[in-house]
Design a binder for this molecule. Structure first.
Ligand SMILES: C[S@@+](CC[C@H](N)C(=O)[O-])C[C@H]1O[C@@H](n2cnc3c(N)ncnc32)[C@H](O)[C@@H]1O
Length: 286
């Protein structure tokens, strides 16, 4: 039988990743680091290494998952977001680099506010894996965060991620529809809720590969953002900040809804690294 080397495994994996990935070479290397338990540098320096039968079996198993259309983060069972590793299962959205913009903006605001306040309360609505709230909780010690998700399965993943990053003492994860009943004002509300209009979503490659509950924004993409904006004035602190992730097709509608809900607020739209509208910031009391 012909030896199955790293070189051969990389070729096979790259071929399988190619139809659906922008970075098949890198994906193949990353997957192999997990199978062989060596760094990428080691793998690239030892392409003649022969895989053991166990490693070959793991490779074959991964190949059948790729052929079945399962995204790499679900095969690996983890993914990086804002410099931290998160447990990822098919119950949660794979954290996207675009969402790091929300974390960056929230941190700038919170760091300034945190220097003047003893205790701050924020919310991460539609927390999924927990990546937004955990990133904030890990960086700001006097911040308390309420992370909510309607999916019990997502809540379970977020709880495990909170424990993994040692933030359970100031991150409270709850299962509920949008914002849970609380009697203290929220200084910051972050929400990356589903916002892709249904008709767009069904044409995308991610459709049925990641939870529809995490992506489907209804007919106009607003079916959760609109109710969130209508209840938010009740929860937001006088000088509070709301950050909403969006896509460019809904910028105008979300801007209008934001003005309706917060007529005196400063409303700004921010673009992601590809130049697409990605974030709406509503700053109260400015
Ligand atoms: C786009 S995903 C974002 C996940 C995570 N925050 C992230 O950025 O990777 C949207 C999340 O909202 C949750 N969700 C959907 N409807 C909800 C609702 N009515 N209330 C709270 N969360 C909801 C979904 O289960 C999903 O986890």
């Amino acid at each position: 039988m012909r030896a199955y080397t790293i070189q051969q495994a990389l070729i096979n994996l790259r071929e399988r990743f190619s139809p659906a990935s922008d970075s098949p070479e890198l994906d193949a290397q990353v997957l192999l680091t997990q199978i062989i338990k060596k760094t990428r540098t080691w793998i690239l320096a030892h392409t003649e290494y022969e895989l053991t039968s166990c490693e070959k079996e793991a490779c074959d198993h991964a190949i059948s998952k790729i052929e079945f259309g399962i995204p790499l983060p679900y095969i690996l069972g983890h993914w990086e977001f804002y410099g931290r590793e998160y447990l990822i299962t098919p119950d949660v959205l794979i954290p996207r680099p675009e969402t790091e913009l929300m974390v960056e903006k929230a941190l700038v605001w919170l760091k300034e506010y945190a220097s003047k306040a003893d205790d701050i309360l924020a919310a991460d609505i539609g927390c999924g894996s927990g990546c937004i709230g955990i990133s904030l909780a890990a960086e700001i010690p006097n911040l308390h965060i309420i992370s909510s998700d309607i999916s019990w399965a997502a809540v379970n993943v977020a709880l495990q991620n909170a424990a993994r990053h040692s933030v359970t003492s100031h991150l409270h994860i709850v299962q509920c529809d949008l914002i849970p009943p609380i009697n203290r004002p929220l200084q910051v509300i972050c929400a990356n809720l589903p916002y892709i209009p249904t008709s767009t979503l069904t044409r995308l490659d991610v459709y049925k590969k990641e939870p529809t509950l995490a992506l489907d924004g209804g007919m106009d993409g607003l079916y959760l953002i609109e109710p969130l904006l209508s209840i938010s004035p009740h929860f937001l602190a006088k000088r509070g900040l709301i950050l909403l992730e969006i896509e460019s097709t809904i910028t105008d509608k979300v801007t209008k809804l934001s003005h309706d809900a917060f007529p005196n607020a400063a409303i700004n739209v921010f673009q992601d690294l590809s130049g697409h509208d990605r974030l709406i910031a509503i700053q109260q009391g400015k």
